[in-house]
Write a protein that binds this ligand. Structure first.
Ligand code: ATR
Length: 274
C-alpha cells in the first residue's frame, strides 16, 4: 500500500489524515496517510526514515516548511518564490518540493467564498512559512496592494524583498498599523493563536464593514484573531479549514493524478466542529 504522511510539531490536531482518507475513498485509491510528529531537529532524520519505509509523498506543516524547502533536491517555481515547501513527492530517490498553500487559499477565497481579489488592498500579518506560502499567490491573483507586517520586522522586510514587487508588496512596522487606513482583506498568517493565553490586538481602523478577515489556522488556534475581527466590526470572517482542504486537493492531484471533489469533505469537517 502506498504510504503518505504529514509532518509537523505538534501534529496530533492535524486534519490532513482524515482529508486524504476521504479523498482516497472518493477516488477509489488505496493508500495509508499518517501524522508524524517531528521536532525541527529530528525532521531530516524522520523524513529519511519515512522514505526508507516506502514513503512516496508528504505534507509539511508548521514549523517545518522552510526546513522542508532546504531538504529538497528539486523545487517548483512557486516553492522557490515562497522559500517554503508544504508538499513533498519522492521521485528517483529524491524529494521534490512544491507549495500548494497559496493556490489553496486563493481557490477557497475566490471559489468557496466568492471573493474577487483583483485590485484589493490586503494586509498580511506574519512572515513565517505560512505567510511565505500564500503571499506570491495573492499577488498572482491580482491583489492591488499587499502590506506585510510581522512582530519581527526584519522578516517582513525579507519577505517583501523576496516577492520583488516593491510597487505592490511592501513591509510596514506593526506600530504604524493605525496609519495604514482600512483593508478589504486581512490575513492572519501568524501562529500566535497556538498560545492558549494569546489575544490578538490591532487597531480597529484596519477594518471596514466589507473587510474579509481570514485566519490561515483552523480550530482553536484561529479563535483569537477571528474574535478580534468580529469585535472590529467584520461581518465576513473565515478560518483556514477551506484552504486546508484545497491545498490537500492540490497535493492529492499531484500524487495520484486525479482531482478530488472538495465540497463534501469540507462540509463534513465543518459539521464535525459544531
Ligand atoms: P508558520 O509555518 O505557521 O508560519 P513559523 O514559520 O514559525 O510558522 O512563523 C510563525 C509566525 O507567527 C511568524 O511570523 C511569527 O512572528 P516572528 O517572525 O516575529 O517570530 C508569528 N508569531 C508567532 N507568535 C506570535 C505572537 N505571539 N505575536 C505575533 N506574531 C507571532
Amino acid at each position: 500500500i502506498a504510504r503518505y504522511a504529514v509532518f509537523g510539531h505538534p501534529i496530533v490536531q492535524s486534519l490532513s489524515p482524515r482529508i486524504h482518507a476521504a479523498f482516497a475513498r472518493q477516488c477509489g485509491i488505496a493508500l495509508e496517510y499518517t501524522a508524524i510528529d517531528a521536532p525541527a531537529q529530528d525532521f531530516a532524520a524522520e523524513l529519511e526514515r519515512f522514505a526508507g519505509a516506502g514513503g512516496r509523498g508528504a505534507n509539511v506543516t508548521a514549523p517545518l516548511k522552510e526546513a522542508a524547502f532546504a531538504l529538497c533536491a528539486q523545487t517548483s517555481s512557486r516553492a522557490r518564490r515562497a522559500g517554503a515547501v508544504n508538499t513533498l513527492t519522492r521521485n528517483d530517490g529524491q524529494w521534490h518540493g512544491d507549495n500548494t498553500d497559496g493556490a489553496g487559499l486563493v481557490r477557497d477565497l475566490t471559489g468557496r467564498h466568492g471573493l474577487d481579489l483583483r485590485a484589493r488592498r490586503a494586509l498580511l500579518v506574519g512572515a513565517g512559512g505560512a505567510a511565505r506560502g500564500v503571499a506570491p499567490a495573492l499577488l498572482d491573483a491580482g491583489i492591488g496592494e499587499l502590506v506585510l507586517v510581522n512582530r519581527t520586522p526584519e522578516r517582513a522586510d525579507a519577505l517583501a524583498d523576496a516577492l520583488g514587487e516593491p510597487g505592490r508588496a511592501h513591509s510596514r512596522y506593526w506600530k504604524d498599523l493605525r496609519d495604514l487606513g482600512d483593508f478589504e482583506l486581512i490575513v492572519n498568517a501568524t501562529s500566535a493563536g497556538r498560545d492558549p493565553d494569546a489575544a490578538f490586538s490591532a487597531p480597529l481602523s484596519l477594518v471596514n464593514s466589507r473587510t474579509l478577515a481570514v485566519d490561515l489556522n483552523y480550530g482553536e488556534v484561529a479563535i483569537p484573531f477571528l474574535a478580534w475581527a468580529r469585535s472590529a466590526g467584520c461581518h465576513n470572517v473565515v478560518d483556514g479549514l477551506g484552504m486546508l482542504v484545497e491545498q490537500a486537493a492540490e497535493a492529492f492531484e499531484q500524487w495520484h493524478g486525479v482531482r478530488p471533489q472538495t465540497d463534501a469533505v469540507y462540509t463534513a469537517l465543518r459539521e464535525r466542529e459544531d
